[in-house]
Design a protein around this ligand. Sequence first.
Ligand code: 0O2
Length: 241
Amino acid sequence: MYEKQGDILRHADDMAKELVKFSERINFNEEMFLDIIQESIAPAEEFFANYACAIMEVETKFKVLNERFSLKYDGNPIESIRSRVKDYDSIIRKVIRKNIPRDLESIEENIHDIAGVRVICSFVDDIYRLANCLLQQDDVTLISRKDYIKNPKPSGYRSLHLIISVPIFLENEKKDVKVEVQLRTIAMDFWASLEHKLKYKKNLPPEKIDMLSNELIDCANVSASLDQRMQNVRNIILKGE
Ligand code: 0O2
């Protein structure tokens, strides 16, 4: 059993060496060898390509909503959209942490954030409007919803998280693919990227980490109150029209 990431890499390395020895023994030519390699990586390539397609679908949905909202509410609700397919290393780390069986089917079933779309808005109200409109679409299935705006994490983290499933249309089949959507304001995003830096800062003394964590909780509260005040100003401006 290969319990750690290092073991998996050693296992892959051992397998590659065995494969080379085997190909030498039965006198494979280079072409045949490349065919075998191609055949074994094809399922993984397809796996990642499906998530990239699902991201395109979800991004398009948000771009369309952004256009429609701009007609109705004076201005575009979305400041930016950032998307990513989770990299291989992060998937492996999660597989080990959550003790998920190491095959593509189980990974697809149990890891819900392989495709991630982050939608950044100026105002909190727009986050909920966009989320509701997205979830009303009949090809979008909601798998789970976590509202870290109404219920912030102890760290101070705020965002609305949706795990959805959307169909992608391939050559001969339709496939439902999961996507994690994170909706947040510019201020929440600014905060999250700073806090993320602290999480990965391993060389700070513990008392400094504690001090900065408390400072960040305070910043998160100040920033949430600023979001709320700006929302109030905007509401008054809109009502006055
Ligand atoms: P990355 O690189 O952003 O993808 P799980 O996803 O299973 O580990 P859970 O409870 O299902 O855990 O997910 P959760 O906590 O609802 O959301 C996980 C993602 O939200 C994280 O992804 C971050 O993007 C973001 N997030 C959650 N909490 C925090 C936080 O306290 N600070 C910051 N900066 N971001 C947070 P990943 O996989 O950690 O990383």
